[in-house]
Design a protein around this ligand. Structure first.
Ligand SMILES: Cc1cc2nc3c(=O)[nH]c(=O)nc-3n(C[C@H](O)[C@H](O)[C@H](O)COP(=O)(O)OP(=O)(O)OC[C@H]3O[C@@H](n4cnc5c(N)ncnc54)[C@H](O)[C@@H]3O)c2cc1C
Length: 393
């Protein structure tokens, strides 16, 4: 039987992205003594570099991953209720052209399935030809066969992550920014930890929520934990100096999915899927990615084409995809939780996942934690509204 030493914290979480903050919120709300450290700032990693959608993921229907889509859709509904200032329902438009890879009937069938999986909360419709110009002015109408629309949700990913962090603090979690894990050693049933700010502390459970750094972080942990092999895939976005007429879900010139969405009065366009094997801290959009997004935008908006000088911002993030031998596009977006001992874990690592499903996955992490340390009290993060934006500015 595991005998737990007298320690400073029940749980130490490494990483202040949406997963680290979500786990911190659930843990603190359950009454665990919780500490979170983030080497930069909250949401400085992938959790501010996403497409900023809260969705089931229409495209995962093509992988027949109905469970992932259903889970995302039901989490979307929780977030719409828990964070109405940060997560809003929007109509998304899908233009279908004569030469589109997916014909209108196939997309309509997908939207019907999406609606069913959402329990009727993702309405969809066909926009009549007479409405096309009103709904999406400037969109290329040449060869346009149909304009379909469905409901989904969007957010500001960094603000959402910050709201979850603030909620964690409200429940008693201590958060340290600009504070990295230097070394963690497990002996005598507790972790002895050294931080980059010179602090030394002890904790019963270590949670590795360091996103794209997850396996790199293992090198600082003794004994070195078992690791899931992953592929890192870079996704880039451009902010274009153009007003965006709406949320548009379409095919890029190579047939993959691309979004255009309004963002701070301009157009956010993305994303790409470029394999990456270097240091996650050094990613930046490649010249090919920039050209690809610009070409796709100019194809859909030929009346107001963008040049490089119209790019007012770029960013990119890394997807953490568990190895399954397929391409990045077909790889699963499901979260993998790895721990040292299924029955009494002292170490839990989070691999991959979506912004949308952070709350559900955090719940699963808490279930694992409760096998080692009984939760001081019951909690349900579905009942904890997130603080409004002005609380954390
Ligand atoms: C291009 C792209 C688009 C996406 N679009 C969507 C979308 O529209 N909707 C959706 O639901 N999902 C989307 N996702 C997925 C989603 O963004 C990620 O699943 C999520 O943000 C990952 O959060 P995380 O907490 O695991 O990682 P991160 O946000 O990267 O957080 C990990 C943190 O750990 C910190 N860290 C690393 N090492 C240490 C250390 N030694 N000590 C302390 N801290 C450390 C890092 O600084 C970082 O802040 C997208 C992903 C990408 C790449």
């Amino acid at each position: 039987m595991l005998i737990l030493a007298d320690t400073d914290y029940d749980i130490l979480i490494i990483g202040g992205g949406i997963y680290g903050c979500g786990i911190a919120q659930a843990a603190a709300a359950s009454g665990y003594a919780t500490r979170l450290i983030e080497k930069n700032r909250i949401a400085s990693g992938t959790s501010s570099q996403s497409s900023k959608l809260i969705h089931g993921g229409l495209r995962y229907l093509e992988q027949a991953n109905l469970k992932l889509v259903h889970e995302g859709l039901s989490e979307r509904e929780h977030l719409l209720r828990l964070a109405p200032e940060l997560v809003h329902r929007e109509w998304f438009y899908i233009p279908v052209y004569e030469n589109s890879k997916r014909p209108p009937w196939m997309i309509a069938a997908g939207l019907l399935l999406y609606w069913l999986l959402s329990g009727g909360s993702s309405r969809f419709k066909r926009v009549s030809r007479q409405q096309w110009d009103n709904v999406l002015p400037g969109l290329n109408k040449q060869g346009l066969n149909a304009l379909l629309a469905y409901e989904d949700a969007a957010t500001d990913d960094a603000a959402l992550t910050q709201a979850v962090a603030t909620s964690a603090q409200d429940h008693g979690c201590e958060i340290s920014e600009v504070c990295a894990l230097k070394k963690a050693t497990y002996e005598n049933a507790h972790w002895s930890v050294q931080l980059s700010n010179g602090e030394a502390l002890t904790a019963k459970i270590l949670v590795n929520a360091s996103g794209a750094w997850v396996n790199r972080l293992c090198k600082r942990i003794k004994p070195e934990p078992q690791q899931q092999s992953v592929r890192l895939v870079q996704g880039s976005h451009l902010i274009l100096n153009r007003r965006c007429p709406g949320f548009i879900y379409t095919e890029s010139l190579d047939g993959r999915v691309m979004f255009f969405r309004p963002w701070q009065g301009k157009t956010l366009a993305g994303t790409t899927e470029t394999p990456y094997s270097g240091d996650p801290s050094l990613i930046k959009p490649t010249a090919d990615e920039i050209a690809h997004i610009l070409d796709t935008y100019n194809h859909y908006f030929p009346a107001s084409p963008c040049k490089k000088t119209d790019i007012i911002g770029t960013y990119c993030g890394l997807r953490v995809l568990p190895e399954n031998g397929g391409g990045a596009f077909s790889a699963s977006r499901e979260t993998v939780l790895l721990c040292d001992d299924q029955d009494k874990p002292a170490y839990i690592a989070v691999y991959g996942g979506k912004l949308t499903t952070y709350r559900k996955e955090s719940e699963k992490v808490l279930k694992l934690i409760s096998k080692s340390i009984k939760a001081p009290h019951n909690m349900d993060t579905k009942q904890i509204p997130l603080p409004p934006a002005d609380r954390h500015q």
